[in-house]
Design a protein around this ligand. Structure first.
Ligand code: IMP
Length: 193
């Protein structure tokens, strides 16, 4: 589990006033993604991989993983919207942007920012499995195990986080904070309106 830090000095000034604490800093993310890419390289040696990034939260993890993976890799993206409040999902998922490519017979790795309830990925897995890939696995930068509502097996996981809302490195609150280089929590007044 990640330890929080009150040292905000590395954060861009424009975000600093809204941040409560840094859970995972940019260096930790970089190191962990390097480890995951090495694992992926070993597991997919001799095979071609299709990375499927879930927009928009996974864009940074997707870009940084793809730059480190050395097996031949193609990339595609999906966009989904899950109905629910701004900080939790309901499990009812709508595809806003589908894949450009066919996945039948291919080795698919879904790249996601965070597994929270697991409902979004559960839906995506079922949907993509029905297209008959040769294999399908999940890589998630973050997981909040205490929030899980479905049994979901993510093969590659960056970090476990506690049951708090986090932003940064692709994750947003009301479309803000995605560009933060670290994973942080926000001050309660940011949500207060
Ligand atoms: P799930 O369906 O509950 O697993 O939710 C997955 C999606 O909810 C993620 O892909 C995120 O977009 C969003 N989400 C869940 N927890 C957080 C969080 O702590 N910060 C930002 N977005 C989150």
């Amino acid at each position: 589990m990640a330890d929080a830090s009150d040292d905000l000095s590395d954060l861009p000034a424009v975000f600093r006033d809204d941040v409560e604490s840094v859970l995972i800093d940019a260096g930790q993310i970089e190191r962990r993604l390097g480890e995951l890419a090495a694992e992926i390289d070993r597991d997919y040696a001799g095979r071609e991989l299709l990375l499927i990034g879930v927009l928009k939260g996974a864009v940074f993890a997707m870009a940084d993983l793809a730059r480190r993976i050395t097996v031949p890799t193609a990339m595609d993206f999906m966009a989904v919207s899950s109905y629910g409040s701004s900080t939790s999902s309901s499990g009812v998922v709508r595809i806003l942007k589908d894949l450009d490519t066919e996945i039948e017979g291919r080795h698919v790795l879904i790249v996601e920012d965070i597994v929270d309830s697991g409902l979004t990925l559960d839906y995506l897995l079922k949907n993509l499995r029905s297209r008959h890939p040769a294999s399908i696995e999940i890589a998630a930068l973050l997981t909040k195990p205490s929030r899980r509502e479905v049994d979901l097996d993510a093969r590659y996981v960056g970090f476990e986080v506690p049951d708090v809302f986090v932003v940064g490195y692709g994750l947003d609150y009301a479309e803000r904070y995605r560009g933060l280089p670290s994973i942080v929590t926000l001050k309660p007044e940011v949500y207060g309106g």
